[in-house]
Design a protein around this ligand. Structure first.
Ligand code: NDP
Length: 453
């Protein structure tokens, strides 16, 4: 059963039966048939439809925002901004797609040789609930611009968002079958992924889900892009503007109620400023107002599901029993919703699992570093490598962090964020492949070599 539950109240909003085998079959057929015509449409035609999708997103951003907030608990203001950001991605690919996919001439012994980018076919997108619109659009805008068709298997807790996105693409004028939502459970993914009509897959989510999907796709020799978790470091050196670093640190940890793959999770602070940072950071975390995500005065809403709440609570308890020092929080809030107090842990022992896992909630871990060498060592000690942020005005230190942090993104004196103009993705267990920018639109294309005598 696929359930839409309001995490601020625990109340079930709506339930859906997962698709039956014959329904999956007819959607796969439609995707394959639609692709035959859709791949022949011009880039200009696809761009027009993406621009129309952007207009719908903007005109109805409050409606979409409310849907996201009631289904997964993000702050309403952030949800409205998310719809707006999806419009940005649609416009970005509408305006730049043709340039990214233009033929590229290469001089060889041929009269003419060049590279042409052609679409691949129906792509399966397995997406998470944390940014229920953005995660889908940053895949779909470039994929549809390139001439592919999309099948969305969204997280089971956001079925209404999934259906709203399908409806949005239809209203934007994309032919029936260019973007379809499959309301299926994760146990049904293998059957879809193995199907000959599905040619590739992209997954954003946990490393466990990524490993499972990639191994199935590997056996079928199908391309995958994986955007998995992160445990991003946030390094603060003595030359940093401490006021700004502290306020961005709090925002970077609690964005989306602490549930973002690129949220800063481990704060690595130079010993000369550590005590001051700890004092100010804990005070700022304690000032955050936790509550109703629809209330504009709220800073932190509920976790998205009861499971997420249980997982985060257990991770904190394990860290404390392993010897970590609890500076604030460390408990759930009373009441029906899935609320967890903003939490700060310090002195986390080397063998505590939280040091290596992704903690998907408003829980910060503080570390003290003697110098840049130790900061880099601590930053690189996890198996993840998605984002990283370093705060220093010293240019030599900046260069070292840019060179040596094992991450797909390095932000100096700023908060890690995705931007349609820049590639986004990770290394190590954070996955492979890139979304966004020119790299993103070239993930799901046939890079066709053409040689003419
Ligand atoms: P999952 O990785 O389990 O879910 C993400 C998506 O993958 C969902 O659509 C889910 O479907 C699907 N899925 C899960 N397992 C499989 C599988 N074996 N085969 C195919 N599809 C699968 O994330 P959770 O929601 O369970 O969260 C667990 C943890 O994952 C979080 O605590 C966080 O650490 C991390 N996470 C990271 C995200 C990121 O942005 N990088 C986003 C979300 C989670 P279904 O919902 O039906 O299970």
């Amino acid at each position: 059963m696929i359930r839409s539950i309001n995490p601020a109240t625990g109340e079930v909003i709506e339930t859906f039966e997962p698709l039956a085998e014959n329904e999956i079959e007819s959607r796969l057929n439609l995707a394959a048939e639609t692709f035959i015509d859709y791949r022949r449409t011009s880039l200009a035609e696809r761009a027009m439809k993406l621009l129309r999708a952007a207009e719908i997103l903007e005109a109805e951003r409050e409606r979409f925002g409310r849907l996201m907030t009631t289904e997964m608990g993000k702050l309403f203001k952030a949800a409205v901004e998310e719809a707006q950001k999806c419009a940005w991605a649609c416009r970005f690919y509408a305006e730049n797609g043709e340039r990214f996919l233009a033929d590229e001439e290469v001089k060889t012994n041929a009269t003419r040789s060049f590279i042409r980018y052609r679409p691949l076919g129906p792509i399966l997108a397995i997406m998470p609930w944390n940014f229920p619109f953005w995660q889908v659009f940053r895949f779909a805008a470039p994929a549809l611009m390139a001439g592919n068709v999309a099948l969305l298997k969204h997280a089971s807790c956001v079925p209404q968002c999934a259906l709203a996105i399908e409806d949005l693409f239809r209203r934007a004028g994309f032919p029936e079958g260019v973007f379809q939502t499959l309301l299926i459970e994760s146990s049904q993914v293998e059957r879809v992924l193995r199907d000959r009509r599905v040619v590739a897959a992209t997954l954003t989510g946990s490393d466990a889900a990524g490993a499972s999907v990639a191994s199935i796709a590997g056996r079928e020799i199908k391309k995958t892009v994986l955007e998995l978790g992160g445990s991003d470091p946030f390094i603060v050196m003595p030359s940093a503007d401490l006021d700004e670093a502290v306020s961005v640190a709090v925002r970077a940890r609690t964005i989306n109620n602490g549930q973002s793959c690129i949220a800063a999770k481990r704060f690595i602070v130079h010993e000369r400023i550590y005590d001051e940072f700890e004092r100010r950071f804990v005070a700022a975390m304690e000032r955050l107002k936790v509550g109703d995500p629809l209330d504009p005065a709220t800073d932190v809403g509920p976790l998205a599901t009861r499971d997420q709440l249980e997982t985060v609570a257990a991770q904190v308890e394990r860290a404390i029993s392993a010897g970590a020092r609890l500076l604030t929080g460390g408990h759930r809030l009373a009441g029906p919703g899935f609320f967890y107090a903003p939490t700060v842990l310090a002195d986390i022992p080397e063998d505590a699992p939280a040091r290596r896992e992704e903690v998907f909630g408003p829980v910060a871990m503080l570390f003290r570093a003697r110098d840049a060498d130790e900061a880099i060592r601590l930053a690189n000690e996890t198996d993840f490598g998605l984002g990283s942020s370093a705060w220093t005005r010293d240019e030599r230190e900046q260069e070292r962090f840019i060179e040596e942090l094992e991450a797909g993104l390095v932000f100096i004196n700023g908060m890690v964020a995705s931007d349609p103009r820049l590639p986004f993705g990770g290394v190590k267990r954070s996955g492979y492949g890139r979304e966004l920018g020119a790299f993103g639109i070239r993930e799901f294309v046939n890079i066709k070599t053409v040689w003419i005598r």
